[in-house]
Design a protein around this ligand. Structure first.
Ligand code: AHG
Ligand code: MN
Ligand code: MN
Length: 348
């Protein structure tokens, strides 16, 4: 039988589904209860719902702003609010999550209530929709998630339970709503990517064991902010722009303005994404807990590197949920070289 996407049923059978993959991995852990697998399934279901809404964005009344300013001081898009609701709903219904932290919500959201609707043990931190200002112009956007366990010393989920360094994440992932929709995640044993086949509504394993090239030829930064960069960063940018065929320079600039999409391209092709401190945003713009940490775990698992310019992202001890951090993330050699320029160890 030929499906509407032109593939036959036997073509599709070559691909493992996300659900099969999760179940197989779970079987490697003898005492596992299945809770973590259910949590990942809940996140993937919410991703499918957001994907469905996104695919209709120009047609139904879901693009544009809500008229609200979110806790970040940024204009909230209707899809930001909708994606937040879908993920919270899926996690509440699933019962495996006890606490949610979301970019679109000022406080952490505890899911264990008096009515006992959840005794879940996982904490999920979310950027429900990354790059949302790009929706109106039909550019890729994404969802980023970061998963921790509720530490044993906490009987009840509360904000402090979520303030763990990124190195303690048990899993992290993202969904990119692009020319195709992909879910990429790690549980600390490599990185795997799944492409949504819309004709059967399943994520299929299309990118097993992703490795990021050690160096790339592309860098991603909002160069409009150049005048407020550190001198070390300015020198590094000039170095990347110099003509030197032996080292494949000049590099190309690729900046979409959707972190998930820029990160995804660099992960597959090699490259460096930078959101540095600027005079407008001295701590950078991206959020440590639901943008930098999850992508840092993924990039390290793929053989890359993530740093705030001086320090490994995953070792940073957070002091608040919506904390920001400068971010240098991508191919190992490119991030290391950025650190050398920033420390002054290298000037050209
Ligand atoms: P969000 O839409 O979740 O607020 O994130 C936007 C982020 C990120 O996706 C992107 O890389 C960056 O903001 C772009 O910022 P600039 O417009 O300052 O370059
Ligand atoms: Mn974001
Ligand atoms: Mn967002």
């Amino acid at each position: 039988m030929i499906m509407e996407n032109g593939l036959s049923v036997s073509d599709l059978a070559q691909f493992e589904t996300l659900e099969q993959f999760i179940i197989e991995r779970e079987a490697n852990f003898p005492h596992s209860t299945g809770a973590f697998s259910r949590l990942l399934r809940d996140l993937s279901i919410a991703g499918k719902v957001v994907n469905r809404d996104m695919r209709r964005a120009g047609l139904v009344d879901i693009s544009g702003t809500t008229g609200e300013i979110n806790v970040q001081g940024e204009v909230q898009q209707k899809m930001d609010a909708l994606a937040h609701q879908e993920f919270v709903r899926a996690l509440r219904r699933g019962g495996e999550c006890c606490l949610i932290g979301s970019e679109e919500h000022a406080e952490a959201i505890p899911l264990r209530t008096n009515s006992g609707d959840s005794d879940g043990e996982y904490i999920v931190l979310l950027d429900p929709l990354d790059g949302s200002s790009n929706i109106e112009v039909n550019v890729s956007v994404g969802t980023i998630f970061s998963i921790y366990r509720l530490p044993e010393e906490f009987d009840e989920p509360e904000l402090d339970a979520a303030l763990q360094p990124g190195v303690q994440q048990v899993a992290a992932g993202y969904i990119v709503y692009g020319s195709s929709t992909m879910l990429v995640y790690t549980t600390g044993e490599g990185v795997n990517g799944f492409t949504l086949d819309p004709s059967i509504g399943e994520f299929l394993l299309s990118h097993p064991d992703i490795k990021i090239p050690k160096k790339g030829k592309q860098y991603s930064i909002n160069e409009g902010n150049y005048n407020s960069f550190d001198s070390g960063l300015k020198q590094y940018i000039k170095w990347m722009q110099q003509n030197d065929p032996d080292t494949s320079r000049p590099y190309s600039t690729r900046y979409i303005g959707s972190f998930v999409a820029d990160f995804h391209r660099n992960l597959l092709k090699g490259g460096l994404y930078i959101y540095p401190s600027t005079s407008k945003s001295p701590d950078g713009k991206l959020r440590l807990m639901y943008e930098a940490n999850p992508m840092a775990l993924i990039v390290e698992q793929a053989g890359g590197r993530a740093s705030d310019g001086r320090k490994r992202i995953l070792d940073k001890m957070p002091d608040r949920l919506h904390q920001r951090t400068p971010l240098y993330i991508g191919s190992d050699e490119m991030v290391k070289m950025a650190e050398e320029f920033l420390s002054g160890e290298r000037t050209r």
